[in-house]
Write a protein that binds this ligand. Structure first.
Ligand SMILES: [Ca+2]
Ligand SMILES: [Ca+2]
Length: 510
């Protein structure tokens, strides 16, 4: 997508007033002046009263019937917006976080049995059940929505919408974990914000969103960050930008690896059906949605590990329809949503020329720290400030230069932040890495012994996404047509793996 088109879209989003304040001070608007955002150093300032914010619960109609009861499922959303949106005709853009974790999750959902229940990368503190995490909150409408998005952005001139995924919490239906239904259940909220879908309050009275410009930015971490990826692939009008943090780009890469069944770090035995039940809650999983859950268990196929239509429905690695800009954020030591997820997604965004930025840090499955990062122009910003400026640019049309700054911010192995014109660093080069002694890699030569089959295919330094180009050929007794491993696809002399591989990234940062 040509960048110029997005710049036009961003400019068109500015329908409210815009004040560019003097750098050192925040301008105080006269008491009778129309409400405006206030911008200092290219960043919106907190000038609207959070205590006076308007809170609203709306049930948005989706085109779905995931629980097959003959009625369209509705999804629940909670809204916080500046009071001026009701009293002074002030129209604001929306920062939207959708989640399947809001409440009533099944905390002790049964996991699949596994023969090997510990991975080498699992450190101390491994738990047997998925944590509810920061995204799990009671979402009853109240004066202060769960989490800090509303606290931070409502005073700066945004509405914040916290949604509940279809089939979870107060929304209708059955959770489907990652497929088109979940995508459309999220997209419906953006359609409602733009007058293309219906919504009602708790009493059943119709509700419209006349207070918004219709410009929407989505963000969230992990699953909450995956939903923005999903919706962006639809090209829905109104979604101007997304900030997916530690987000999934293909659920096959989350629960499978080249034909093998794998689990996210620290959650051995989890699979997509476990996650669907966790988010749906026990009552639904064992009640109205029992049939739907059983269908997921069958179709996910833990026997072969094959990539199938089921997984293709949950694969977003095609950015051809993406109209939103994308700010990718990921930890380079994330063993839950592994680095291949952002790498493959980034490659797609590059391929389709989506306006984009990337922020990589040395943490795990988490947000970046609050460390300040100095840009080549001498300006210093934290991640949160960069997020703020990114939303200001794409949702309010503030010309703060964020798109002229280095595309990539990368925290290196020594914890120092470095900026690059692009990612991978244009100065990076391919490095062939070979499996060596157990638990190690080498860029040098390796020697095969009969007791240690040699994998001769070169692997590149992370992050790289690998997928098989064909199934195994070797006629060994234990061969299966689905898996590639030294035992099942050895060459006739028993010493080499016969599977072909291709990578979806060409270079890694050096
Ligand atoms: Ca229904
Ligand atoms: Ca809050």
């Amino acid at each position: 997508m040509p960048q110029a088109r997005h710049l036009l879209l961003a400019s068109a989003a500015v329908t409210g007033g815009l004040v560019l304040a003097a750098p050192a001070t925040v301008a105080a608007a006269p008491a009778d002046a129309p409400p405006t955002i206030v911008v200092e150093n290219g960043m919106t300032q907190p000038v609207f009263s959070f205590a006076d914010a308007i809170e609203e619960r709306v049930y948005v109609e989706t085109p779905l019937d995931t629980n097959h009861d003959g009625r369209r499922d509705r999804v629940a959303i909670d809204i916080s917006r500046p009071r001026e949106t009701a009293t002074a005709g002030f129209k604001v853009p929306v920062i939207f976080e959708h989640s399947p974790y809001r409440k009533n999750v099944w905390g002790d959902v049964p996991y699949h049995s596994v023969l090997v229940d510990e991975l080498p990368q699992n450190g101390p503190g491994r738990s047997g059940a998925r944590s509810t995490g920061a995204g799990v909150q009671s979402a009853e409408a109240k004066a202060n929505l769960p989490g800090s998005l509303d606290d931070y952005y409502v005073p700066r001139g945004y509405a914040v919408v916290l949604g509940q995924s279809v089939g979870t919490a107060d929304s209708d239906g059955c959770s489907t974990s990652g497929d088109a239904a979940e995508t459309l259940g999220t997209k419906a909220v953006i359609d409602w914000l733009n007058g293309r879908a219906r919504g009602w309050d708790a009493s059943g009275a119709p509700v419209t969103a006349g207070w918004t410009t219709g410009a929407v930015g989505m963000t969230g971490g992990s699953y909450n960050g995956t939903l923005p990826n999903q919706v962006a692939t639809t090209g829905v009008e109104g979604l101007k930008t997304i900030i997916p943090v530690a987000a999934i780009s293909s659920w096959y890469d989350y629960y499978r690896a080249n034909g093998l069944v794998v689990a996210p770090g620290t959650y051995q035995g989890e699979d997509l059906d476990v996650l669907a039940k966790f988010t749906a809650g026990q009552a639904r999983s064992e009640g109205d949605c029992a049939d739907e859950m059983a269908a997921i268990t069958g179709r996910q196929d833990r026997v072969t590990g094959d990539y199938s239509r089921f997984w293709a429905e949950r694969d977003y690695l095609d950015a051809r329809k993406v109209k939103a800009s994308v700010f990718v954020v990921h930890g380079l030591n994330d063993w839950n949503v592994k680095t291949e997820h952002f790498a493959g997604w980034w490659d797609q965004l590059s391929k389709w020329h989506v306006p984009r930025k990337i922020w990589l840090h040395q943490g795990g499955h988490s947000n970046p720290s609050s460390a300040p990062v100095t840009l080549p122009n001498g300006q210093t910003w934290t991640y949160k400030q960069t997020e703020n400026r990114w939303f200001d640019y794409w949702l309010w049309g503030v010309r703060n230069g964020v798109m002229s700054e280095p595309t990539a911010v990368v925290q290196r192995e020594n914890a120092a932040y470095t900026t690059y014109r692009n990612w991978p660093d244009p100065g990076a080069r391919d490095v062939a890495v070979r499996l060596a002694a157990p638990g190690s890699l080498t860029t040098g030569k390796t020697r095969a012994t009969p007791s240690s089959p040699l994998w001769t295919r070169a692997a590149r330094s992370t992050p790289t996404s690998w997928s098989p180009t064909r199934t195994c050929r070797a006629p060994t007794a234990s061969r299966t047509p689905h898996r590639c491993s030294p035992a099942t696809c050895a060459s006739p002399d028993g010493r080499r793996c016969g599977c072909g591989w291709r990578s979806t990234t060409s270079r890694a940062p050096t």
